[in-house]
Design a protein around this ligand. Structure first.
Ligand SMILES: Cc1cc2nc3c(=O)[nH]c(=O)nc-3n(C[C@H](O)[C@H](O)[C@H](O)COP(=O)(O)OP(=O)(O)OC[C@H]3O[C@@H](n4cnc5c(N)ncnc54)[C@H](O)[C@@H]3O)c2cc1C
Length: 281
């Protein structure tokens, strides 16, 4: 785009929609986000979703719920969602991506695809045809850059490095670069309950000291989900400045099987935002 559209509608409630809404609003556009469910970021922990949605509002982004439609008119685009109608200059769809597998000869080679056209693979990234492997988004597993890279490494190690390396897609840290940013690793509270865990949930909402001193309205949410029987940390969810950095570091401990007692016996590094992680009681 050579010029910045003044009024932009973003259709979608996933992380790409949320991030682009913030980017456009940051450039000064008037932004509307149309999202099907009541809260953005379906699949994330409900507390994190609420906090990110509140952040959208604080940045002047109007969020409407329902099934959005956009129609080109003589003077722009009409964006409709529920009872809400609005003229915009640009409508962006961020409602997911499908693999572009037709035309590659996969069907002719006998490679099995799923309903969305993704290549079905096993834990070795091997398709149903023995000598055909696939990694990354095209396999419809977890569509993230470090996951694609790790899958590729694992295949190379297995085939050429004499190190058989299967891939398991659990405990993948992930972030949403909203304002404030959000990040998490492990299970959300509903997911952990659905899996039958008896939980202890620790939650803190606070304003980090540096923002107390400067008077900035920046809050942090930290939520730690613990399995009552084993004391293992099942999930860490965070919203606030530096959340992705903190979650990436904490991901090492959680991947190693950290318990709540391990967090508790870790000394706090004061004054930081991350210290709250070891001070939750
Ligand atoms: C807007 C957006 C933001 C994102 N943000 C993040 C993020 O913050 N963090 C994160 O981890 N992930 C993010 N992702 C996801 C990430 O980009 C993907 O998961 C990652 O790029 C997957 O890597 P890949 O190699 O499988 O596929 P791709 O990176 O899509 O690479 C596939 C390549 O194959 C090429 N290609 C396609 N068809 C053919 C063909 N027939 N012949 C030859 N070449 C072909 C394409 O041109 C492309 O270069 C984001 C994605 C989007 C769309």
């Amino acid at each position: 785009m050579k010029t910045l559209p003044k009024r932009i509608a973003v259709n979608g409630g996933g992380y790409i929609a949320v991030e682009f809404a913030h980017i456009f609003a940051g450039f000064g556009a008037e932004v509307t986000l149309g999202c099907r469910s009541g809260l953005v970021l379906r699949g994330f922990d409900p507390d994190l979703r609420e906090e990110v949605q509140a952040g959208l509002g604080k940045h002047g982004i109007a969020v409407h719920h329902g099934v959005p439609e956009a129609t080109r008119t003589t003077d722009g685009i009409e964006f409709r969602i529920g009872d809400h109608r609005q003229q915009v200059d640009l409508a962006m769809a961020a409602i997911g991506r499908d693999p572009v597998t037709p035309g590659l000869g996969l069907v002719e080679a006998g490679v099995q695809l799923d309903a969305a056209g993704a290549i079905t693979v096993d834990e070795w990234s091997r398709s149903n045809v023995d000598h055909i492997f696939a990694v990354g988004d095209v396999t419809g597993r977890v569509a993230l850059t470090p996951v694609a890279i790790r899958e590729g490494h694992a295949v190379a190690d297995t085939l050429f490095g004499n190190r058989p390396t299967p891939i398991h897609h659990h405990l993948i840290p992930t972030a949403v670069f909203s304002q404030p940013a959000a990040a998490c690793i492990g299970m959300s509270e509903p997911m952990a309950r659905d899996k039958g865990h008896d939980l202890v949930v620790f939650r803190a909402r606070f304003r980090p000291m540096r923002y107390t001193l400067s008077g900035r309205d920046e809050n942090v949410l930290i939520k730690v989900i613990v399995d009552k029987a084993t004391d293992k940390v099942l999930g860490l969810h965070m919203v606030g400045p530096d959340a992705p950095e903190i979650v990436q570091a904490a991901a090492i401990a959680i991947t190693m099987g950290a318990t709540k007692a391990d967090l508790d016996r870790t000394f706090a590094l004061h004054p930081t935002t991350g210290e709250e992680l070891v001070l939750l009681r």
